[in-house]
Design a protein around this ligand. Structure first.
Ligand code: GLU
Length: 499
């Protein structure tokens, strides 16, 4: 048992075709959790043999996503390992020699069919309503026939000689017994004419050479597995165990795509989601601890992760749940940590006219005012920008709150201004002590007095608690803003300050 545990080796094998999709990172996470739970190894292998689909910089983005979520890898790019290199494009000889060996053994053959011929064949199949797939024309080519074609300079690929009869079965650790009819599997390509392997060949060779014990991958690869098992057998390799993870769907039950909002993990990071929340959220896409527990930290996930509780049915990516969870994790941060994490977002999003770096001390007085109210770190800028801006931009009408008129608004502003000018301390309590009585004195409602004042000092009708906000803004700024508000109402503020 202990030995088996030590031997758990799983891999995350992304193709660098763009920014990593949440589904893809969910696969990485389940592999990582499985490895950590069993004290095994988590390997990252870059499957970059599809030259046409390779995207510059994609590997960096993928690794960045793993780093962000703190999914450390034991072997792979940057860290190396004894089974490297971990980029398939640097391992071509390995695949080429395996493909050649299969030809020599009679398990694979050279195919000289041109792309045009394959195109015609496909069109014919569509016309005759036949299932698609290579018609095996070159399978019967004699060795001499093949050699002659080769000498004459024809381009060739290597195809697997798929058995025409029987079935291929295996036990999927999530789905149980799965069976495919061999007759439905065509003679798939192993090596392309440019010497690059297909996914099937490269994946099997590497999973073997890298001593992978379990292949945990997305459901879309389920139908590739019989091909892989045929290859394992032909090459004389012991196959790993397979587990195909459930699909990810949007809340409308269609395949998760751009239409459902952000699908790249990097985008979520940029939108101010916490790595802890993302990790927890992704872990529940197809796995559960029981039927109620939602919040689980990294260690709890590692301790409890098991393929037994991965479901066969599709998982729904519910953005609202992610927002709720992110809010929960944000509120759980201590205020210092929250502030540290918010600063980069403020520095990125606040108007460029505001001087950087932002004063830490000032920011740390602001963040407690909105800590409980944000769903993402990026929300903070919009809620607090008035603390940083010099001149507020809002419509004068906003100053005239319900059941008020310009004269009453002016009265509120003038009276507050005088009172604020006289205050000894400009803290929350003194502000409250000075301003709260105004409602009675002016015979107005709280909402009217403080509503007008709120707009004057923040430029908006919804803002953090007024007295705390004013205390942070400070006397000078508050008085300036009240003056500016009076000017907006076309009133020249009375001079001097104070009664
Ligand atoms: N390169 C494949 C992908 O990006 C890997 C599939 C597998 O895990 O075998 O999904």
């Amino acid at each position: 048992m202990a030995k088996e545990k030590e031997n758990v080796r799983v891999r995350y094998a992304p193709s660098p075709t763009g920014s990593p999709h949440v589904g893809n990172i969910r696969t990485a996470l389940f592999n990582w959790l499985f490895a950590r739970h069993h004290g095994g190894s988590f390997i990252v292998r870059i499957e970059d043999t599809d030259v046409a689909r390779r995207v510059e910089g994609a590997v960096d983005t993928i690794l960045e996503a793993l780093r962000w979520l703190d999914m450390n890898w034991d072997e792979g790019p940057e860290v190396g390992g004894e089974h490297g290199p971990y980029f398939q494009s640097q391992r071509l000889e390995l695949y080429q020699s395996a493909a050649k060996r299969l030809v020599e053994q009679g398990d694979a053959y050279y195919c000289y069919c041109t792309p045009e011929r394959l195109e015609e064949m496909r069109a014919e199949q569509v016309k005759l309503k036949q299932p698609p797939g290579y018609d095996r024309r070159c399978r019967g080519l004699s060795a001499t026939g093949s050699l002659l074609k080769f000498i004459s300079g024809s381009r060739r690929v290597i195809r697997f000689m798929t058995p025409l009869e029987k079935q291929t079965s295996f036990t999927d650790l999530i789905r149980g017994e799965v069976t495919f009819e061999n007759a439905n599997i065509d003679d798939f390509v192993l090596l392309k004419s440019d010497g690059y392997p297909t996914y099937h060949l490269a994946s099997v060779v590497d999973d073997h050479v890298m001593a992978i014990s379990h292949v945990l991958r997305a459901e879309e690869w389920l139908s590739s597995t019989p091909r892989h098992l045929m290859l394992y057998r032909a090459l004389g390799y012991k196959p790993p165990q397979f587990a195909h993870l459930p699909m990810l769907l949007g809340t409308d039950r269609s395949k998760l795509s751009k239409r459902h909002g952000a699908v790249s993990v990097t985008e979520y990071k940029a939108q101010g989601y916490l790595a802890e929340a993302m990790l927890n959220f992704l872990s529940l896409l197809g796995w559960s601890l029981d039927d109620k527990t939602e919040i689980m930290n990294r260690q709890k996930l590692i301790d409890n992760f098991s393929l037994k509780r991965v479901s066969q049915t599709a998982a729904i990516f519910n953005r609202e749940k992610l927002d709720w969870m992110n809010g929960f994790y944000i509120r759980s941060l201590d205020i210092g940590d929250f502030t540290r994490r918010v600063i980069p977002f403020l520095e990125r999003d606040l108007s460029t006219e505001i001087k950087r770096p932002l004063p830490d001390k000032y920011v740390s007085r602001i963040t407690p005012l909105i800590h409980e109210r944000v769903k993402t770190l990026a929300d903070v800028t919009e809620l607090t920008d008035f603390f940083f801006i010099d001149e507020l931009d809002y419509k004068p009408e906003l100053l005239i709150v319900k059941k008020m008129n310009p004269d009453l608004a002016v009265k509120v502003l003038e009276t507050s201004r005088k009172r604020l000018g006289r205050l000894k301390e400009f803290d929350e309590n003194s502000l409250e002590g000075a301003l709260r009585p105004l409602t009675e004195e002016l015979e107005m409602k709280t909402g009217q007095v403080f509503g007008t004042l709120r707009v004057a000092v923040t430029g908006r009708s919804v803002a953090p608690p007024l007295f705390q906000t004013m205390a942070v803004l400070g006397r000078e700024r508050c008085l300036d803003r009240i003056k500016a508000a009076l000017r907006k109402l076309k009133v020249a503020p009375e001079e001097p300050e104070g009664e």
